[in-house]
Design a protein around this ligand. Structure first.
Ligand code: MTE
Ligand code: MOS
Length: 805
């Protein structure tokens, strides 16, 4: 009988790691008491908003008749672009995103008008009464065709390293690579990589209300409150100090609320200024899925030259990102894909080209990994191809190509300094029993004609920092009240990832007080100004460091006061266990409870509020020379995934996953494990089940959970073993030598896709290389199996003596 839960599985290994605190809202999350934007106060006279969407993906608006909308029951106001007092632009970095379409539309589902009504139902019903006529143009939906016809949202970028130097002259960069042509062996191919819907459990939402005289307050579910504030101000032609944006928590963001929450907040705010009443805007899931952008689909090509031992000598990797109709964050997304085209491997002479295709879909945006995952897939595909070409174990080829001392400069010139990938992979190889299991799987496959198994162990090397340098800054503010309790604010937002918990832990540790004595409330732009989005996994790196600096300022002030006030010996003061301890000048031990210390400091007029600021050091990348150090450091990880496929139906499942992941000295092992497990499963969904389909008119056909399949509980690997790499603090001085953990684990799921290819390749004795586009749905796996069987049959016909596997 099959054992359902392996005793080794982390599901049954209950003992929690030490120094692990539960997420600050854990109880609230599971009891339903934690409130989200929709649960917050409902002001008197609250109105609701709904948007009217374009029924066409491309064309000129020839008729917009809203008369019946205006007279529909409950309607208070109908808004079009003409109602905007400032500019009609909510683009994140570059312009190109009108809040409401003016005379043309660029994607199916683009908002054209909005209705403000006394109830949500009235608003949504009124929307259906619009008459919209569009002079349709054929939509452009294929990114490859877009690049062929020069339809781009931004220019291409090229990185090249040759003869151990980054080539900085732009006109030199795009030439053919000599070393690639002369390499003894070559693999080449192309790979289509699907996008991904964020499927945050809480949809996009904002509630705006009049604030002070002519100001606006926006309660929003966004990863980037400062951008909501800025765009509300610009669209309404207000100064920034008249707008406050506030986020208590999000029910998930995953990148989907980095830039694209702004339009929702701005829409609500526009309705507030035109009606003078508070307005809430939330969309039905289907609308949310149609209106907002997704992970960028990519179409990638690779050509890799290598020697007879499988060592890569040269690589040309071309990445075409499907950006949708506007730039949004695509500059950064395609750049990050390019930076990750080598993943953990030294490519030798290398040429990486990134294109930003413009198509008639919603504008694709940030999604956990921010292009990194799409960038890594081609080289992982190529490495497996190399292994099968040479009849080597893929893991062996991976190891031979890792960045290592002497082979440690990336194609953009950053030196890899912490050589963790090889020891990490070797530890996982042992812990997962990789060698033995590969043999067992090969033996199983020889005797199992229909069901085939596959196993792959793949690495992740993910760069940490925003690649836009100015975003690598953060602020925090601490206040100590007279009872000794501490209120913390910082620029980061909480989306479930545990950032507030980590920041509270840091403050409590510095001040030597209990975690319960520190509280973080909402993130507000009037408390911490000019914040960066909580993104690029750097939330804790930046904000916990800023909070620590504020805590150190307070600590210094308190020490200075106590030393004078109580005649204490300099250098003996410490804050721990909710008390100040020291030695008096007379040499006697001294102890004062934290609350008493604070009370005395207050009575003696010592400031109990402080700010902290942090800017990440060392980083900088120059796009004109395509060279620099975009990342403060790299986070590492590896996963070994075993899958099983049914070669007659293409159905597959994950049998076992072993993960070893590097978080430096973990700030909170429980939260980090949660991020690793969640990231892996989200990556598994992206690569195997979540399929976005548009029809030829550019209409999204998979706009709900009935057709769009995110992983469910039953898709989680039954045997799921997650470990944190221990004994390797960050080599850079990050907060307590920890490492960022939000995004990197998503890419561990690439091992599942590689394992599927491995299982398919068993059909011809691991000799040829199946093409497996993503998501590798049962349909894709079946097609790949059929292609492989056809090839085997052809070979058999050509050489009748050979036996069929
Ligand atoms: N975890 C949860 N539970 N919910 C989320 O929305 N977003 C991910 C990751 N983990 C996300 C999450 C993304 S895309 C990023 S960039 C990071 O968290 C952001 O938070 P951090 O910088 O604090 O890690
Ligand atoms: Mo995460 S994709 O950087 O919001």
């Amino acid at each position: 009988m099959r054992q359902l839960i392996d005793p080794q599985s982390s599901l049954t290994r209950a003992a929690p790691p030490r120094n692990t605190q539960a997420h600050e809202s854990a109880v609230g999350h599971v009891t339903g008491r934690a409130s989200y934007t929709d649960d917050l106060h409902q002001p008197a006279g609250l109105l609701h908003l709904a948007v009217g969407l374009s029924p066409s993906a491309s064309g000129r608006i020839t008729r917009l008749d809203l008369a019946a909308v205006r007279t529909a029951p409950g309607v208070v106001r109908v808004l079009t672009a003409a109602d905007i007092p400032g500019h009609n632009e909510v683009g994140a970095v570059f312009p190109g995103d009108p809040l409401l379409a003016e005379d043309s539309v660029r994607y199916h589902g683009q908002p054209i008008f909005a209705v403000v009504a006394s109830s949500l139902r009235a608003a949504r019903q009124a929307v259906t009464k619009a008459i919209i006529e569009i002079d349709d143009a054929a939509p452009l939906l294929d990114p490859v065709e877009a690049i062929a016809t020069h339809q781009t949202v931004l220019p291409k970028h090229v990185q090249r390293r040759e003869h151990n130097r980054v080539v900085v002259a732009e006109e030199q960069r795009d030439k053919p690579l000599a070393r690639l042509e002369s390499a003894p062996l070559q693999v080449a191919g192309e790979l289509f990589i699907g996008g991904q819907e964020h499927f945050y459990l809480e949809g996009q939402i904002a509630m705006a209300e009049p604030w002070e005289d002519d100001g606006i307050r926006v309660l929003t579910s966004t990863q980037h409150p400062s951008e909501v504030q800025k765009l509300v101000a610009e669209v309404l032609a207000l100064p920034l100090h008249a707008v406050v944006a506030e986020v208590r928590r999000m029910g998930g963001g995953f990148g989907g609320k980095e830039s694209q929450a702004a339009a929702v907040g701005v829409m609500a705010a526009l309705a507030v200024v035109t009606t003078g009443r508070p307005v809430k805007f939330r969309m039905p899931r289907e609308t949310d899925m149609k209106v907002t952008g997704k992970r960028h689909p990519f179409h990638n090509r690779y050509q890799v030259g290598f020697d007879h031992s499988g060592v890569i000598q040269a690589a040309r990797i071309e990445l075409i990102g499907d950006c949708g109709h506007s730039p949004d964050l695509s500059a950064g997304v395609v750049d990050r894909a390019m930076f990750h085209a080598s993943n953990a491997y030294y490519l030798g002479d290398s040429l990486v080209i990134g294109h930003r295709a413009k198509t008639n879909t919603a504008s694709n945006t940030a999604f956990r990994g921010f292009g990194g995952p799409q960038g890594m897939l081609p080289i992982e595909n190529a490495i497996d191809d190399i292994a099968r070409t040479l009849n080597l174990d893929p893991l062996e080829v991976r190891k031979r190509n890792f960045y290592a001392p002497g082979r440690d400069v990336t194609h953009y010139g950053q030196q890899v300094e912490q050589h963790l990938i090889l020891p990490l992979v070797e530890q996982l190889e042992r812990d997962s029993d990789y060698r033995t299991r590969r043999q067992q799987i090969a033996a199983y496959n020889r005797t199992s004609p229909i069901i085939k198994r596959g196993l792959a162990l793949t690495p992740v090397q993910f760069g940490i920092s925003f690649t836009a340098p100015h975003l690598n800054q953060g602020g925090a503010m601490l206040r100590i009240y007279t009872d000794g309790s501490v209120l913390a604010n910082h620029g980061g937002t909480e989306m479930g990832q545990g950032l507030h918990t980590k920041v509270c832990q840091v403050v409590a540790r510095e001040l030597g007080i209990a975690l319960d004595d520190v509280r973080i409330s909402a993130t507000r732009t009037d408390k911490i100004p000019n914040t960066s989005p909580t993104a690029a996994s750097s939330g804790a790196d930046i904000n916990a460091m800023a909070a620590r600096r504020a805590a150190l300022t307070l600590k210094e002030r308190l020490f200075e006061f106590a030393r004078r006030h109580y005649d204490l010996e300099e250098g003996t003061l410490a804050l721990e266990d909710n008390a100040l301890t020291a030695t008096t000048l007379a040499g006697a031990p001294f102890r004062l409870a934290w609350a008493e210390l604070i009370q005395q400091a207050y009575l003696n007029r010592i400031s109990l509020a402080a700010e902290g600021f942090y800017a990440t050091p060392k980083i900088g990348y120059d796009p004109t020379t395509a060279r620099g150090r975009p990342f403060f450091y790299y986070a590492y990880g590896a996963a070994a995934t075993e899958v099983e496929i049914d070669t007659l139906s293409g159905e597959h499942r994950v049998r076992r996953v072993d993960i070893l992941h590097d978080v430096g000295d973990s700030l909170n092992p429980a939260i980090d494990r949660g991020q690793i497990e969640g990231g892996y499963i989200q990556g598994l969904g992206w690569l195997t089940t979540e399929e976005l389909k548009w029809n030829e008119r550019g209409q999204l056909m998979t706009s709900g959970p009935s057709t769009y399949k995110i992983p469910a509980y039953s898709d989680a690997p039954i045997d799921f073993r997650v470990s944190l790499l221990s004994g390797h603090p960050n080599s850079e001085a990050t907060i307590y030598r920890s490492k960022a953990v939000g995004e990197p684990p998503l890419m561990l799921a690439i091992s599942a896709w590689a394992a599927l290819r491995d299982a398919i390749a068993s059909l011809d004795g691991y000799r040829s290389n199946p093409r497996l586009n993503t998501p590798a749905t049962p349909e894709q796996v079946l097609l790949a199996c059929q292609a492989m069987r056809a090839q085997v049959a052809n070979q058999a016909a050509a050489a009748p003596s050979e036996e069929l596997p």
